[in-house]
Design a protein around this ligand. Structure first.
Ligand code: PMP
Length: 352
């Protein structure tokens, strides 16, 4: 740290992303990426892309991409916001709507408290119930900026849409952010509610179900007024926050929707298979609606299992946080990858 850093950033604890190893080949089940390649049409766009165009700035409004998303989801372009990954949108939401403070669960996406700290927002982390579900009553009439990841991470568990609607309806003077990074793996979206509630912001990403984490593309749906606010923040920070290549790949992705829906079904089926096999080996596996599962064993601790798998070139995610330190978050890969993972788990348990 230099002596020039603003005092308020001295104590800031930055977010720690999952490992992105550079030391050889791993079966990578640690950051909820897709094991599948982007659709053939997306690959074509990349091959045909005109390098000469990179000379020019991109369209700061991503007009074409907004129009294609609007047509897929039956909305108007003015209901859509785009940014450099959905982290960017969550950050903007924290900047824009947090005058009265923010609340979110104690076990959820680790970036929410970091954004709150970054912007000096007062926040409260509300404990999940003992079974790791969200208690809707904790969020009724709070009149604060609310963040709920649905399905939640790292648990993978879903809060029913009726509960989400009650929370939104009871906080009419505050924004409710529903982070749907993992909704495409069997969850129920709050998207139909945006025409009904002007305080709802639904945030999505291309990083998981759209197999494009490295391209950095996030999108959000909301009332036109909320989108205008987010645009104001974007145009006050980085107007060109989506590069021209990513925007084109985004359009091709929308055009290949069937491909991605089929891949999501495959992930769901491998998720159920993996959960079942782990339960047969004595693991507790939370019921997941995401592309990962959250599991613990009574035989081996969470950190030890993570380290033993890493030695075997398999990466999963362990969080050294009190309530969940016995668990690991395991991204669902291909059936072949999960079979190798399960075989290794079997061997590790036998060693004990
Ligand atoms: N929300 C949740 C719940 C996540 O787990 C992630 C991925 N780390 C994100 C948002 C951000 O994803 P991205 O910035 O890649 O769109």
């Amino acid at each position: 740290m230099s002596r020039f850093l603003k005092e308020k950033y001295n104590i800031l604890e930055a977010y720690t992303p999952g490992e992105q190893p550079r030391d050889g080949e791993y079966i990578k089940l640690n950051t909820n990426e897709s094991p599948f390649s982007p659709a053939p049409e997306v690959a074509q766009i990349l091959k045909k892309s005109d390098i000469e165009r990179l000379r020019l700035y991109c369209d700061p409004c991503s007009t074409e991409l907004k129009a294609s998303l609007a047509s897929l989801y039956n909305l108007e372009s003015e209901n859509i916001f785009l940014s450099n990954g959905s982290d960017d949108i969550l950050n903007f939401a924290m900047m824009a709507f947090s005058d009265k403070g923010a609340i979110f669960p104690d076990i959820t996406y680790g970036f929410y408290p970091v954004f709150a700290e970054l912007h000096g927002v007062e926040y409260e982390e509300i404990p999940l119930k003992a079974d790791f579900t969200v208690d809707e009553n904790d969020y009724i009439s709070k009149d604060k900026l609310i963040f709920i990841a649905n399905p939640n991470a790292p648990t993978g568990m879903e809060l029913p849409l009726e509960s989400i609607e009650k929370i939104i309806a009871s906080n009419p003077d505050s924004v409710v952010v529903i982070d749907e990074a993992y909704v495409d793996f069997g969850g129920t979206s709050a998207l139909p509610l945006i025409s009904k509630y002007e305080n709802l912001l639904v945030v999505r990403t291309y990083s998981k179900s759209r197999c494009m984490a490295g391209a950095r593309l996030g999108y959000a749906f909301a009332s036109k007024a909320i989108i205008e606010d987010l645009e104001k923040i974007k145009f006050s920070t980085n107007p060109y926050n989506i590069n021209s290549l990513t925007a084109k790949l985004g359009v091709a992705t929308v055009n290949s929707n069937d491909y991605y829906e089929a891949k999501c079904k495959e992930i769901i089926s491998v998720r159920e298979y993996t959960s079942e096999k782990l339960r047969e080996m004595g693991f507790t596996v939370l019921s997941s609606k995401a592309n990962f599962i959250f599991a613990k064993s009574d035989i081996i601790g969470g950190e030890e299992l993570y380290l033993k798998l890493k030695e075997r070139k398999i990466l999963i995610r362990h969080f050294a946080k009190d309530r969940i330190k016995d668990f690991n978050r395991i991204t669902i890969g291909t059936k072949e990858q999960m079979d190798i993972f399960l075989e290794n788990i079997g061997e590790i348990l036998k060693e004990r």
